[in-house]
Design a protein around this ligand. Structure first.
Ligand code: ATP
Ligand code: MG
Ligand code: MG
Length: 380
């Protein structure tokens, strides 16, 4: 059988491996951590650093095509692999997604509006920041996630202090926008240039981490949904992207659509596809990298996805406890996915619960019951 490789051993890699194996592929995971969620389910696990040239050589030797499951894989690793194997997504597209300054330039080039911004590379750039960007959010250009590596700044004094705090690394300052809601779109592009998109996902974050995704997006009209899907497709095509790409958007209080950022891989907000669509985002990634047909995915059920963070594994006094999975699994439409992580920690992504229904109201109702059982807030 053909073999697919994945750089990174987290939960996204694990769900990718499951989808690949269901289609008959063997999988090899490369991850430095001997106990990674994906390494535990793949046929082979190369325990090595992502820049270990010999390990990459070995991965290329064993695999027909290779993908990545985390955003910060060194572009150099992808370049080395691409000399002998299909690599999707490619190094140049991943490099754009890894750097907010390049990402924003790509949004501009694609004709998709993003927040007004300035790139700050040194303290000298602080003085040139236009007043219109304040109040704003200062974000490190690289390596931020789950709201880490960002500071909200009200004025120039706070901006200078935040730039120091973040270590004076390259940053992007964005104007603080009045958000009505947040959404994201999964777009999949094949090596031949064919593009399909998934329905728009409406997302709620708590403390900077995705908490709830609802599809169909209850508060986004059809015209705006179509615009988001067109914009995501243009962004993917414009960088010659191959594979699954997730593009995050804001809807502003005045109704305008603004692109926020993108992730070069299947995405947490796309986990609903595993139970609510005929093709999951992970199967799409397999199809795109293996050169299999991409067809328009179909949403067969309204769905609410609840993220299950490590906090659920602790009671109010900080004692570890087991969430009531049996109670949740008794609910109609509830599908539980746990990532096999040994140790729960506050804020750590441990799993997710997809709740599908015959109607959106039914999915919401059962999801609220799940929240009550698990001790999650039931408002979104
Ligand atoms: P992720 O975990 O999704 O990769 P991240 O750490 O890369 O997150 P962003 O998506 O850039 O961070 O921002 C985190 C959140 O902060 C957004 O989901 C949004 O709620 C808020 N936010 C970011 N930029 C702006 C902005 N320009 N105006 C208003 N709110 C913003
Ligand atoms: Mg991000
Ligand atoms: Mg984000």
């Amino acid at each position: 059988a053909a073999t697919l490789g994945v750089l990174g051993g987290g939960q996204l890699g694990r769900m990718f491996v499951h989808a690949a194996q269901a289609l008959g592929y063997r999988c090899v995971v490369l991850d430095p951590d001997a106990a990674s969620p994906a390494g535990a389910v793949a046929q082979d696990h190369l325990k090595a650093d992502y820049l270990d040239a010999a390990a990459l050589e070995e991965l290329a030797r064993r695999c027909d095509a290779i993908t990545t499951e985390f955003e910060n894989v060194p572009a150099r690793a992808l370049e080395q692999l691409a000399r002998s194997r299909v690599v999707a997504p490619g190094a140049s597209a991943v490099a754009i997604c890894q750097d907010r300054a390049r990402e924003k330039a790509h949004f501009d080039a694609s004709g998709v509006a993003c927040a007004p911004y300035a790139v700050l590379r040194s303290s000298a750039d602080l003085a040139a920041v236009p007043d219109a960007l304040l109040p704003g959010i200062l974000k490190t250009a690289r390596l931020g996630y789950d709201g880490k590596g960002q500071r909200r700044v009200a004025d120039r004094a706070q901006l200078a202090a935040a730039f120091d705090e973040l270590g004076r690394v390259d940053c992007v300052l964005e104007q603080m926008l009045p958000l009505a809601l947040e959404l994201s779109v999964l777009v999949v592009r094949g090596a031949g240039g064919e593009v399909v998109t998934y329905p728009v996902q409406q997302n709620l974050h708590r403390d900077g981490i995705l908490a709830v995704t609802e599809v169909p997006a209850p508060d986004v009209d059809a015209a705006l949904q179509a615009q988001a899907r067109r914009s995501a497709a243009a962004i993917a095509t414009g960088m010659g992207y191959v594979g699954v790409l997730c593009v995050e958007f804001f809807v502003l209080k005045d109704g305008r659509l603004v692109v926020n950022e993108m992730a070069p891989r299947p995405h947490n907000s796309g986990h609903y596809t595993m139970n609510a669509c005929d093709l999951s985002q992970f199967e799409m990634q397999v199809r795109a990298m293996a050169g299999l047909p991409l067809r328009e995915p179909r949403l067969h059920s309204p769905v609410v996805m609840l993220n299950l963070l490590g906090d659920l594994w602790f009671d109010g006094a900080g004692r570890e406890r087991a969430p009531d999975w049996a109670g949740v699994l008794a609910l109609p439409g509830a599908e539980l996915h746990l990532y096999g992580k040994a140790q729960a920690r506050a804020g750590r992504k441990m799993g997710h619960l997809n709740v599908i229904g015959a109607t959106a109201e039914e999915a919401r109702q059962q999801a609220r019951r799940a929240c009550a059982i698990l001790g999650l807030p039931d408002t979104w």
